[in-house]
Design a protein around this ligand. Structure first.
Ligand code: AMP
Ligand code: GLY
Length: 429
């Protein structure tokens, strides 16, 4: 069949790489399209220009190119209802409906659902005005966790160390800092523990565990400096022991899938749970309605099942017929190479030479690159995701950094300690 993949980052390059190996694309006439794609994705797909906010244009493309499956990479088109528009025309789509994407699109929606379904998460109050929020602060203690309700490109969360800081942040949020996304603010109890990510595939009824990962959000070594979209990740997250894994499925993922179906908006796609492993067990921090970036890159590196068949099964309510997901027993680790300036204003146009980075089995996923007169250059904040396997995280880390060191990207930088937590655990046996 023909498949259309939407997106342009490292997540989508990893998806394209794995989709291209699918039996669904094995026929001579089968074709993978990507919109808009990037120079790395172009190795696996025909990259086309499509305005994903123009649903009629996407539908027309799918008609004209007999698309059998649309895979939506990022959250914005899902929250915007693109999956509904396509399904309305009979296309199979991997990704949730607009109503179901509220799990990512509205923090308040998710907290209310957790409360109704008894899913462990931080205590919270939803507030719709500055006055109400300031009063609600009385019922919490420092540090204060403040979240813009809507999508804010990962920047909508403030952890305020003092009451004064919290009041100032709330004034900015209600003052329009995040636009409509900040018209409501959720105030949460602060949770302590280690964070881990859990990915599940679901068609609204059946659920398959897809894998676990941990990422590094801060820009600097030692987890210092400002937050980013993620500077690196590894999989599996061994901190999620088999017992914790079971607990997350039984107490968080399954009740969510059931509640969404019972309440009339079944969730289909990938459910990405951000978890806090607290002294009282795993608790949900937040849901995302898409694969993580760069978590997807390490998940794809380990995936042995046919990605196309799994995503198609989600899209066609046939997940029950799929065997459990097969993954390499090896660990995967990805290092993000970013352009100088990131996460502020990144320097664009810097030349990149990938050299022999992939010679020993590493994969270099393109996250923010462009081709200018045949020269690969940086075109975004996060530019490359250098990804490798190893028998444990320590070995995957060594392989990933060996590949990083083979790349010439003078106007870029990366962290040198991705995976440090796990490497330390492994060195202690
Ligand atoms: P979110 O966008 O909701 O994942 O939040 C971003 C980050 O803020 C998380 O990865 C956590 O590090 C932190 N965070 C969010 N909510 C809480 C909470 N209730 N307690 C402690 N840390 C939190
Ligand atoms: N790396 C975190 C995310 O994709 O949300």
């Amino acid at each position: 069949m023909n498949i259309l993949l939407l997106g342009s980052g490292g997540r989508e390059h990893a998806l394209a790489w794995k989709l291209a190996q699918s039996r669904l694309l094995a026929g001579a006439k089968d074709k993978l399209y990507a919109a808009p794609g990037n120079p790395g994705i172009a190795d696996h797909a025909e990259c086309v220009t499509l305005d994903v906010t123009d649903h009629a244009a996407v539908i027309a493309f799918c008609d004209a190119h007999r698309i059998g499956l649309v895979v939506v990479g990022p959250e914005a088109p899902l929250v915007d209802g693109l999956a509904d528009s396509l399904r309305g025309e009979g296309f199979a789509v991997f990704g949730p409906s607009q109503a179901a994407a509220q799990l990512e699109g509205s923090k308040g929606f998710t907290k209310d659902l957790c409360q109704r379904a008894g899913i462990p998460t931080a205590g919270y109050v939803r507030t719709a005005s500055l006055d109400q929020a300031l009063r609600a602060l009385d019922t919490f203690a420092a540090p204060y966790v403040l979240k813009a309700d809507g999508l804010a490109a990962g920047k909508g969360v403030v952890i305020a160390a003092s009451r004064a800081e919290a009041e100032a942040a709330l004034a900015e949020m209600f003052g329009g800092q995040f636009g409509a996304a900040g018209a409501e603010v959720v105030i949460e109890e602060f949770m302590e523990g280690e964070e881990a990510s859990f990915f599940a595939l679901t068609d609204g009824a059946s659920v398959l565990s897809f894998g676990t990962a941990q990422d590094h959000k801060r820009v600097g070594d030692g987890d210092t400096g400002p937050n980013t979209g993620g500077m690196g990740a590894y999989s599996p997250a061994r901190v999620l022991t088999p017992a914790l894994h079971r607990e997350v499925l039984d107490r968080i993922i399954m009740p969510t899938v059931r509640a969404m179906a019972d309440e009339g908006h079944p969730y289909s796609g990938v459910l990405f749970a951000g978890l806090m492993l607290t002294a009282n067990g795993p608790k949900l921090i937040e849901y995302n309605c898409r694969f993580g970036d760069p978590e997807c890159q390490v998940l794809m590196m380990r995936l042995e099942s046919d990605l196309g068949e799994l995503l198609y099964a989600c899209a066609t309510s046939a997940l029950a017929s799929q065997p459990p997901v097969r993954r390499s027993r090896q660990a995967a680790l990805t290092v993000v190479m970013a352009a100088n300036g990131y996460p502020g204003t990144p320097e664009k146009g810097g030349a990149i030479d990938l050299g022999a980075a992939e010679e020993h089995g590493a994969k270099v996923f393109h996250a923010g690159t462009a081709l200018t007169d045949g020269q690969l250059v940086a075109s975004g904040g996060r530019v490359l995701n250098v990804t490798a396997l190893g028998d444990n995280v320590t070995e995957a880390q060594a392989a990933a950094y060996a590949a990083v060191d083979a790349i010439a990207f003078p106007s870029g930088f990366c962290r040198r300690d991705i995976g440090w937590r796990e490497v330390a655990r492994e060195s202690h046996g």
